[in-house]
Design a protein around this ligand. Structure first.
Ligand SMILES: [Zn+2]
Ligand SMILES: [Zn+2]
Length: 342
């Protein structure tokens, strides 16, 4: 089959003919219909995040059709539409059994630690294949496995309750889902903090109060908007320590800042004023859980989570098209969503 692979760190991806993936008795073979190109894939290509062994088929945002099932599989049928949970776990270690499978000792990520979705087919354990209803396009099924799932998990980690207020720092693809999901959790007011006019306008169309961080200190603005209270939950979706600190500074008493953005730079905090004195919390949120995915798919099917804005471009499974997209992601950063479609 055809695949677009990372052969050498730092080099463009290459189109290669590779064998069909071997399928175990508990696996499903999926014909890939959509594979999202994520900003993380740039990190893998550049060697910023570990990836391998090489050559490796990248791509962890995958939706498609079940082409074959293993002899033990009774949960799925041939022809079924599915989207794939990208974490492969053992399923029975202490972490897997306590809904913290991201920390499974055997966890592997599709498209990072093993071959992923920039290909015609992939084989995964049947339990990783989440049913995708007809109403949800493949490309939306693919990208919701990463961006929407990440912020849904972050809001769960935030313990967001009805009637609370939320500030979303950074409203790209993740942020647009975060605004809509926060409303579904019952958030009273949702503030969108960004520096891009277009994103702020879209955030406003989803019901958020736009805060333009390029026009001045967004923390002061958030305090003004919230009657000097601050917000109960702040999501730090941008991998910039200064922005993460703003998320902490914007908290109300007993507020929770959930950090999702990734950086290797240090985060400075005033422990008394920003954490101790108001019992603030800084919470890390990593990936998401399999059990969180079916409800997200259902939100999209019901039209309550609108992902129609997310996919901005579709390209074929071809190395030059994928490489051009990766180059563009390097220039613009997160927010451009491109999907390989078959
Ligand atoms: Zn992703
Ligand atoms: Zn495990």
């Amino acid at each position: 089959m055809r695949a677009v692979q990372l052969v050498e760190i730092g080099s463009p991806l290459q189109a290669r003919d590779v064998p069909m993936p071997p399928m175990g008795e508990n696996d499903v073979l999926v014909r890939i219909k959509a594979a999202g190109i994520c900003h993380s894939d740039v990190h893998y290509q550049l060697g910023v995040a570990p990836v391998g062994p090489l050559p490796q088929t990248l791509g962890h945002e995958i939706a498609g059709i079940v082409e074959a099932i293993g002899s033990n599989v009774t949960s799925h049928t041939v022809g079924q539409r599915v989207c794939l949970h990208y974490l492969l776990t053992c399923g029975d270690c202490a972490h897997c059994l306590s809904a913290s499978e991201q920390f499974c000792r055997d966890a592997k990520m599709i498209g990072k630690d093993c071959d992923g979705g920039y290909a015609e087919y992939i084989a995964v354990p049947a339990r990783n294949a989440v049913p995708l209803p007809d109403e949800v396009p493949f490309e939306q099924g693919a990208v919701l496995m990463c961006s929407s799932a990440t912020v849904f998990h972050a809001l769960c980690k935030a313990r967001l309750r009805a009637g609370e207020t939320v500030a979303v720092f950074g409203v790209g693809g993740l942020g647009m889902s975060a605004i809509q999901l926060a409303k579904m959790f019952g958030a009273l007011d949702v503030y969108a903090v960004d520096i891009h006019e277009q994103r702020l306008a879209m955030a406003e169309s989803y019901g958020a109060v736009p805060i333009d961080a390029s026009a001045g200190d967004p923390v002061r603005e958030l305090l003004r908007e919230s009657g000097a209270q601050g917000v109960d939950v702040a999501l730090g979706l941008v991998g910039i320590p200064e922005v993460m600190r703003q998320a902490v500074q914007a908290l109300a008493p007993r507020g929770r800042a959930v950090i999702v953005g990734i950086t290797d730079r240090l985060l400075a905090i005033d422990p008394y004023r920003e954490i101790v004195g108001r019992e603030g919390e800084i919470i890390g949120s990593s990936d998401h859980l399999l059990q969180e995915l079916p409800v997200l798919v259902e939100f999209v099917r019901q039209g309550r989570l609108d992902l129609s804005h997310i996919v901005t471009q579709a390209i074929p499974l071809a190395a030059d098209a994928v490489n051009r997209t990766l180059e563009r992601l390097k220039e613009f950063g997160p927010g451009v969503r491109c999907v390989i479609e078959a």
